[in-house]
Design a protein around this ligand. Structure first.
Ligand code: ADP
Ligand code: MG
Length: 444
């Protein structure tokens, strides 16, 4: 029995309930109503009561919703949001590619994930250069190219960028998640068309496999992937793989596959430095056609931690609020809008948690910060921790003096003055402090 799209939508919502935070589910997902009349397998429409909810779901969960549909229908739909009683349709990124493609093999490339739209900094330069090389001489230099790093650091963006270049040159490019590869494999097996599957995957010019850590424990797919890999490699066709970990650290994957992952070039992407983060935010504003002043951009940089993926959500949110309320975004407004987001993350902040974060950030020992160690890095870290503790916790100056092993409260007040002066004089330092404040607030 085939499920109707409506039933599938219901199942997808049920699965979302398991995957998102209960509070988010209640506030946002439960506000969505599937629109039967407008939905088609390749474009699913949800009604939402207002643009905020639409924006929020779009930025956070459109991709997940599309993937959940794909797992059931083998078609990755564009997820569209219609604001009730309104003609506006907000779309997930896949709409950008005009006609959302039916994913017979692989998934569509995001046309916005280009090298031009990628900001290069120390944290990602090596991966960027290697990707450029792969786009210029596919199959000839680094094969496979293996890019690993944390969530939201641009791995998928970079692999799509290579894909977009080769596609423009008329090459056959396949982009797929492990999930998708497995689905395709089972589907072709079921209809007895394995030859077609092999022809497709083993004859493309560029194969992009995203988040390969999900191969872990899946013996059959690993086997198939191994043969695909061998076939492509033997014919010098380019393979690019991403993962959240170095190949050696991924558990549950056959040795022979791991060793192949390391045949070419293994490179990582690190979290962006502040400069890079600022440039990425500017780029995203440009792409989304919004313009914010520099102080707003700096503010956004302090809100997000390492996950660049949050940037677009924040930009959309600020933009949506300002449009709804008909006012320009200034710093105060931005703080107001983002307050909930930050406060949601915040519970009680303690001196211990500040000490831990500062020690880690500035690479000194916690015990040194509480001792009478007078070396420059330790004194600096101690001052910052005292400043943050005084600003963010209810502890009194004498309490802080005793915690940090200072003589008395005057030493604390001296430190406060010192840090405030530095903040006034040095904008970079101010940014660093803002960032730490947000980080402390974010980490319980
Ligand atoms: P990952 O696959 O590593 O989890 P993504 O490639 O999905 O991360 O990136 C998350 C978001 O951040 C995307 O919108 C991407 O365009 C953006 N992004 C990440 N790094 C950069 C960068 N260096 N320049 C521009 N955008 C970036
Ligand atoms: Mg990714």
């Amino acid at each position: 029995m085939e499920n109707s799209l409506g039933n599938i939508a219901e199942l997808v919502i049920k699965e979302l309930e398991k995957k998102v935070r209960p509070i988010d589910f209640k506030r946002y997902i439960m506000q969505l109503t599937y629109n039967e009349a407008l939905s088609k397998p390749h474009s699913v429409v949800f009604e939402t009561p207002n643009a905020l909810i639409a924006n929020w779901v779009q930025s956070k969960y459109a991709e997940l919703i599309a993937t959940l549909f794909e797992m059931k229908t083998n078609i990755k739909p564009a997820i569209l949001f219609r604001i009730s009683d309104d003609e506006v349709l907000l779309t997930s990124f896949m709409e950008v590619s005009k006609s959302p493609k039916i994913a017979t093999i692989g998934s569509p490339l995001n046309p916005l994930y280009t090298f031009e739209n990628f900001i290069v900094g120390g944290s990602n330069e090596f991966a960027y250069r290697a990707s450029i090389m792969a786009s210029k001489k596919p199959g000839a230099v680094y094969n496979p190219l293996f890019i690993h790093g944390g969530v939201g650091l641009g791995k998928t963006h970079l692999m799509h960028a290579v894909g977009n270049v080769l596609k423009d040159h008329g090459k056959e490019v396949i982009y797929t998640s492990v999930e998708n590869f497995l689905n395709d494999f089972s589907r072709y097996l079921r209809i007895g068309e394995m030859e077609q599957f092999k022809n497709k995957y083993r004859k493309c010019d560029l194969l992009l496999i995203d988040d390969v850590q999900f191969l872990s424990g899946k013996v059959k797919v690993q086997e198939e992937f191994f043969h695909t890999f061998e076939a492509l490699k033997n014919e010098n066709r380019q393979i690019i793989i991403t993962s959240d970990q170095h190949p050696k650290k991924i558990a549950g994957i056959e040795k022979r596959l791991i060793s192949r992952f390391e045949w070419g070039l293994v490179t990582d992407i690190q979290p962006p430095e502040l400069d890079t983060k600022l440039e990425i935010i500017k780029k995203k504003c440009e792409i989304n056609r919004v313009s914010f002043s520099n102080d707003i951009i700096q503010y956004i940089a302090t809100i997000i931690e390492n996950n660049t993926r949050e940037i677009e959500g924040i930009i959309t949110k600020l933009n949506a609020y300002s449009q709804l309320m008909g006012i320009e975004v200034d710093l105060e407004f931005a703080r107001g809008v983002m307050k909930n987001q930050i406060e949601e993350k915040k519970t009680e902040i303690t001196i211990d948690s500040i000490l831990e974060l500062v020690a880690k950030e500035l690479n000194v020992k916690q015990s040194e910060m509480r001792s009478n160690n007078r070396t420059v890095p330790v004194v600096h870290a101690r001052r910052i921790a005292i400043y943050l503790s005084r600003t963010l916790t209810p502890n009194s100056m004498p309490q802080l003096a005793s915690y940090f092993g200072l003589k008395d409260h005057t030493a604390v007040s001296h430190t406060m003055k010192k840090i405030k002066d530095m903040i006034d004089k040095d904008n970079d330092f101010k940014l660093k402090i803002d960032e730490l404040i947000n980080r402390v607030s974010a980490c319980r």
